[in-house]
Design a protein around this ligand. Structure first.
Ligand code: HEM
Length: 393
């Protein structure tokens, strides 16, 4: 196994991690990535397999779990009740209850609302060059997830602030200040939801929070702490990645040129899949080994971590012709941007729906949309999204 050196905060890597991925993929399925001090999988075959291998999982092995520093307690309390950080049987139970409320009927019912929201946002675009990431790509997912959960839309700026401070914990370059800020945001977010959930208990509405409260499976339901953890996960995951899937997609289309056929009813699903494959917003997730496991000629020991490079797997030439080319006309193949296996993204149908509505409306309403400055990615690996997207129309 080769040892790779690549700082995740190196400016050249942040702007374009794909040459590093290509070299790593060519050299083998697994490598030791020194900067993360763990083995990492870059090829599609390895990422695909490890996402589904039940000898690996997201939850930290019991004997490695520590109470964590006191100043992080509110953040860790939220994580402790999140299905993203649980494994069966806890994960099975939580995910079943969430899926009872997060129905495809509830998602499809949002369609007309999302389209109207897109039009309203475009109506408010200024004539001067402006930041499309703020004015559109952020607003569509945050307002949609607020509406779906039943949280007042006026809370959107506050939710964005809490969410950004919490997800900074998963980004390279985390400091003690990041930790304090994340803990403070978690406490405030939890307090807000606790009283909001109480309110919904006595005044049920037709929204996801009410359905989560009511969700029951074989006499079991979510505790208040689990409800809070789930709502925070849905609110945060419900916009952080979709914002940048939209932003990265629009950037690529404006840089490379676009074909109106991609935006038609026949072309849009392929465009969405190609955007998600070509430049996904989340590049890396990790797993713990739960037992001794031999994978691609490497023996993992219980407690070893492995990084799964979704952004690298999507461009593997072993499974796709010309993977470095953005080509929305190619037949859509499953990509790994939403993960796979037990933790496959709960919100994938919602994210896809938002993209398949927001992109055609944007380009139909603003056919002359063009870049007003060169877009730059933010220094926030493993998140891969733009700082801003200045455009003129
Ligand atoms: C383009 C947008 C999105 C991308 C690229 C994305 C990506 C992902 C990925 C890769 C995972 C799995 C992580 C792992 O296996 O370690 C995941 C899990 C998850 N996502 Fe998403 N996501 C997106 C949008 C959403 C939305 C809109 C929601 C909610 C409304 C959402 C909710 C979740 C939840 C709850 C999980 C945890 C599932 C579990 O642990 O069983 N995501 N997402």
């Amino acid at each position: 196994m080769k040892t790779l050196h690549q700082s995740p905060t190196d400016p050249a890597f942040v702007q374009d991690p794909y040459p590093f991925y290509a070299k790593a993929r060519d050299a083998g399925a697994l490598h030791y990535w020194q900067d993360y001090d763990m083995v990492a999988a870059f090829r599609k075959s390895a990422v695909h397999m490890l996402l589904r291998d039940r000898r690996f999982g997201r939850e930290i092995p019991a004997e490695m779990a520590t109470p964590g520093p006191a100043h992080l307690a509110p953040f860790l309390a939220v994580e402790a009740h999140s299905l993203l950080d649980a494994e069966p049987p806890r994960h099975t139970r939580l995910r079943k209850l969430v899926m009872r409320a997060f129905t495809s009927r509830a998602i499809t019912a949002l369609e007309a609302d999302i389209a109207q929201l897109c039009h309203d946002l475009i109506d408010a675009f200024p004539d001067q060059p402006f930041d499309l990431l703020q004015a559109y790509c952020t607003q569509v997912p945050i307002v949609t997830i607020c509406r779906l959960l039943g949280v007042p839309e006026e809370m959107a700026p506050q939710l964005l602030d809490w969410s950004h401070r919490m997800v900074a914990m998963y980004q390279a370059g985390r400091t003690e200040e990041t930790e304090h800020s994340a803990a403070e945001a978690s406490a405030a977010f939890s307090d807000y939801l606790r009283s909001y959930i109480d309110q919904r208990r006595s005044d049920p509405q037709d929204d996801l929070i009410t359905r989560l409260i009511a969700a029951e499976e074989a006499g079991d339901s979510l505790t208040t702490d689990e409800l809070i953890g789930t709502c925070i996960l849905l609110l945060n995951a419900g916009h952080e990645a979709t914002v940048h899937a939209l932003g990265n997609g629009v950037k690529t289309m404006l840089e490379q040129g676009w074909d109106p056929a991609w935006l038609t009813e026949d072309g849009i699903d392929q465009l969405v899949e190609e955007i998600l494959r070509y430049d996904p917003p989340l590049h890396m997730f990790t797993r713990y080994a739960y037992e001794e496991a031999e994978v691609f000629d490497h023996t993992f020991q219980r407690g070893d971590q492995v990084a799964l490079l979704l952004g690298a797997a999507n461009r593997d030439p072993a499974v796709l012709d010309d993977p470095e080319v953005f080509n929305p006309s190619r037949p859509a193949k499953t990509n790994t941007s939403f993960g796979g296996g037990l933790h496959f993204c709960v919100g994938a149908p919602l994210a896809r729906l938002e993209m398949r509505i927001a992109l055609p409306i944007l380009f139909q309403r603003c056919p002359d949309l063009r870049l007003a400055e060169k877009p730059e990615y933010s220094d926030s690996y493993h998140f891969h999204g733009l700082n801003r997207l200045m455009v003129s129309r």
